[in-house]
Design a protein around this ligand. Structure first.
Ligand code: MN
Ligand code: MN
Length: 499
């Protein structure tokens, strides 16, 4: 609403009708109150810090747990006695995914409100037996994780994050390439002078997944009697630093990720460029929403007045923030959204709240619950105009992107929200003056993709996909708008409180 200063009397009948009947999505920067702007930028600063600390699902889980504990949440297994309204709890699932909840005033049998996002991002994983020497270089063999365009991951500084498990379950944490002065790693590319043949190849062929090998060393061990001296020297360094031998790579989880930090983008600092917006931007908004419910007014400092329904410390319904792993490879495994971690946690809450431990009690809660599948969408990019239907594409600065359906080739393989539930969310957003927009991933049959939505939907939960528009998705440097991040946080908060 608003924006036009002219009096209604001076508008023609057609102008008035147009205002009433046409879709008119405004840019949120033009609509935001001046006192909101500082909060928007501060929210972005906190988010950048989260991204810099959390470049893997494990690091994001640890950081989320830290923030939850600081806001009074406890591990569900340590809670004693029946859960009462206002109780704050979480379950850390194997260090790689997490469920957090605030118990509401209403019985669980009426359903719970969930925002679910994923905290894994595309990257390059080490193979089980990765190290080899060739041309007097030590190289590491990899298998990429998630949908990447291979060429984007060459000639940029990469950092190594992850864990190896030593004898007796000892966790060896490795994080190299983030601190000033740390070495970094890289995948090399061919110089243009010798690339005449390479440049004729299709993009999908000139660098295969098997070619993504990491440059890891070039200094030989000084001993004329041994072979593979560079490899030996590198293993010796690793043994001295971490106590590991070559075989200890097996079964570990070591991930190469871009070494750069999150940065403001543009002269106007309206955007954030970083690795991992998919889907840590939505994960951050979801986490901040439940933290805000646990302690209203705390986030972001100074802009509490803009949070929907402030003052309501204990939510009406029980609210849940679900951060899952493995979305980028199909949500499989016991830390992914196809697992029963969400159900199990809700079952435990049900029992602890004195609402029964039966299968039926759990199924009833699930069948009456509502969830936002919080995941990023592809923002309209003027450099690649031809793949977007601009009527149904999402744009920077226009708020939370609602996607009724996902999938590809006739909505196949995705999820589709029920019309009634879509309308319910629209009404919550409009009531709270939170900007939202449409978001098909692209033109019909240009491609497509899925999210975690269909897995909770299978349990009977009402689910709608909605998230933040992003440019250069799945690249080492994705870009989002600061104001969309902020609008999305407000939207998730309003949904948790009011759905
Ligand atoms: Mn995603
Ligand atoms: Mn993705």
């Amino acid at each position: 609403m608003g924006g036009d200063d002219r009096q209604n009397e001076t508008k023609s009948e057609g102008e008035l009708l147009r205002e009433k009947l046409f879709v008119n999505k405004k840019n949120s920067w033009e609509e935001a109150e001046p006192e909101e702007l500082e909060g928007i930028h501060r929210f972005a600063e906190d988010y950048k810090d989260f991204l810099n600390r959390g470049k893997t699902e494990r690091e994001c889980t640890s950081r989320a747990e830290e923030l939850l504990r600081a806001r009074g949440f406890s591990d569900i297994d340590t809670l004693k006695g029946p859960l009462s309204p206002g109780a704050k709890l979480y379950r850390n699932n194997r260090g790689k995914s997490l469920v957090a909840a605030v118990i509401g005033r209403a019985p669980l049998s009426g359903g719970v409100n969930i925002v679910g996002a994923h905290i894994d991002s595309p990257r390059i994983d080490l193979k089980d037996n990765p190290l080899y020497e060739e041309g007097e270089f030590a190289l590491l063999d990899t298998h990429y994780y998630g949908g990447i365009k291979n060429y984007q991951w060459t000639t940029i500084p990469l950092a190594l994050h992850g864990v190896l498990i030593g004898p007796e379950g000892k966790v060896i944490e490795i994080r190299v390439g983030e601190e000033e002065g740390d070495p970094v790693f890289t995948v090399t590319d061919l110089l243009p002078h010798l690339a005449r043949e390479q440049m004729q190849k299709k993009v999908s062929e000139f660098l295969t997944g098997e070619d993504l090998d990491i440059l890891a060393g070039s200094r030989p061990f000084r001993d004329s009697k041994v072979k593979e001296k560079v490899k030996l020297n590198l293993l010796n360094l690793l043994y001295e630093r971490y106590g590991i031998v070559e075989q200890d790579f097996a079964g570990g989880e070591l991930e190469f990720v871009p070494a750069h930090k999150a940065r403001d983008v543009g002269f106007d600092r309206s955007m954030i460029g970083a690795y991992g917006h998919d889907d840590r931007s939505c994960a951050w908004a979801a986490l901040q929403a439940i933290l805000e419910i646990a302690l209203p007014g705390a986030i972001p400092p100074g802009s509490a007045g803009k949070a929907p329904s402030d003052g309501a410390a204990v939510p009406e319904k029980t609210v849940i923030c679900f951060l899952s792993d493995k979305e980028e490879i199909g949500s499989a495994g016991n830390t992914g959204a196809q697992s029963r971690m969400l159900e199990n946690c809700i079952a435990q809450i049900c029992e602890s709240a004195g609402e029964g431990a039966s299968e039926l009690a759990l199924r009833r809660v699930l069948d009456r619950s509502a969830m936002l599948s919080a995941d990023v969408n592809s923002a309209y990019d003027p450099n690649y105009d031809s793949v977007y239907d601009k009527k149904n594409a999402s744009f920077f600065g226009k708020g939370l992107v609602l996607s009724k359906a996902t999938g590809s080739g006739g909505k196949f393989g995705g999820s589709e929200a029920n019309a009634e539930f879509y309308r319910k969310l629209r009404d919550i957003l409009d009531r709270n003056r939170i900007p939202w927009q449409y978001g098909d991933l692209g033109k019909v049959d240009k491609g497509g993709g899925g999210t975690i939505a269909k897995y909770p939907a299978n349990l009977g939960i009402e689910v709608l996909d909605c998230g933040i528009p992003v440019l250069s998705m799945h690249s080492p440097f994705e870009v989002i708008s600061k104001i969309d991040l902020y609008s999305t946080w407000r939207a998730y908060l309003a949904f948790l409180r009011e759905a």
